[in-house]
Design a protein around this ligand. Structure first.
Ligand SMILES: Cc1ncc(COP(=O)(O)O)c(C=O)c1O
Length: 373
């Protein structure tokens, strides 16, 4: 099958690039002596998880319990659910933990250890629980100098049915950097803060089995990982227009595009409209701090070559593209096809039911994407 045989919009996965991206992160983890626990929220796909954990233990990070269940059913049973746990999810987590070799949870709340300990005691299991640390993103996590940063690990360690899994952070603020020098400084800060904080906890007599860090920009930039036990990058497996603009990768490392058809053209307004809008691409604004006019994605031809166009506006199922150049406008007739390199591949992938796997010019397979919560 070729790209002209697919119904549009459709996700297209360049297998050679996925393998190359997987290989680079695997080499970094091996040469740094750390566990690779990729965040599978990026792809939610068992075949891709198998590719990226080849030669590793198969440990994964997930962002929903539905993902955890789905991957556990497909043989991945060492999972960290990396969103803070709340009591409404204790039942599901306990049920899942029974079916996993290891399901680790995270918290930054002083009340959670006692409540979770009670739920684990009633279920007759022991749950590993991480302290979520804020290394500057300010989304979730406790700051290392806050009193809870010592109090929560103590409460976890003192619980009968919890084990203290270690410290975990995510440097999501790296997405707002404006140069690779800034990303490198931030990556060093993420690592040094976490290694230093683990040292403080150890100095207090606590065992800290794991120091877990990771975001794609910081993992791509970091100079060494001494003192760190595991990395959890997610986006690196596809990359996207955002990461390439930030400098985490090259544009030809980006593995995921959305195949779309031209459904309308307007010579007077110098625009064409494609059948990929906000649902097919996502409304992520991209690296606007670096490229204010990045729109909702870069427009490529079917072979993947740049057309130097952006998806300038989206509504639910329409994407509008301004086309000044006459030769390009001539190419983009109704029914012709383009591929869009979207701003944020994780959000794009999550809206589709499957990947069309491209090897060379052939679509060789279709891989299912887990959906829902
Ligand atoms: C807790 C956590 N860990 C790891 C990641 C992976 O980050 P990235 O997709 O930048 O690699 C994320 C992404 O949101 C996350 O929230």
């Amino acid at each position: 099958m070729s790209l002209f045989d697919l119904q549009t919009p459709a996700l297209v996965l360049d297998l050679a690039r996925v393998k190359r991206n997987a290989g680079r992160a695997a080499s970094l983890a091996r040469r740094s002596g750390v566990e690779l626990r990729p965040h599978v929220k990026t792809h939610k796909c068992a075949e891709i998880a198998r590719l990226q954990t080849e030669g590793f233990s198969g440990a994964l990070t997930v962002s929903t319990l539905a993902e955890a269940r789905w991957f556990a059913e497909r043989g991945f049973t060492d999972i960290t659910y990396a969103v803070p746990i709340e009591p409404g999810k204790f039942g599901q987590a306990v049920e899942l933990a029974r079916r996993c070799e290891r399901l680790a949870l995270i918290t930054d709340d002083p009340d959670i250890p006692a409540q979770l300990d009670e739920a684990a005691r009633r279920a007759g299991i022991t749950l590993p629980l991480f302290l979520k640390v804020d290394c500057g993103y300010h989304r979730c996590g406790v700051e290392p100098h806050a009193p809870e940063a010592l109090e929560i690990p103590r409460r976890i360690s003192d619980s009968r049915n919890l084990s203290f899994a270690g410290v975990l952070t995510h440097a999501g603020h790296s997405y707002h950097c404006t140069s690779q020098e800034e990303v490198l400084a931030l990556a060093r800060h993420e690592r040094d803060l976490m290694v230093g904080f683990a040292g403080t906890l150890r100095g207090e007599g606590m065992e800290v089995p794991v120091v877990s860090i990771g975001s794609t920009p910081t993992v791509c930039a970091v100079d060494h990982l001494e003192g760190v036990n595991e990395i959890r990058p997610g986006n690196y497996i596809f990359f996207d227009a955002f990461q390439a603009t930030l400098g985490s990768c090259r544009f030809d490392d980006c593995a995921l595009t959305v195949l779309a058809s031209v459904v309308h053209r307007d010579r007077v307004r110098r625009k064409v409209v494609i059948d990929a809008g906000a649902i097919a691409l996502s409304k992520d604004r991209g690296a606007v701090e670096l490229e204010p006019s990045c729109g909702y994605g870069r427009v490529l031809d079917v072979e993947g070559n740049e057309l130097n166009l952006r998806v300038d506006a989206v509504s639910q199922e329409h994407g509008q593209i301004r086309v000044e150049d006459e030769a390009t406008f001539e190419l983009l007739r109704v029914g012709s096809r383009v591929r869009v390199l979207a701003n944020h591949s994780c959000l794009t992938a999550a809206q589709h039911p499957y990947y069309n796997v491209l090897e060379g010019e052939r679509v060789v397979d279709r891989w299912e994407i887990q959906g829902g919560w």
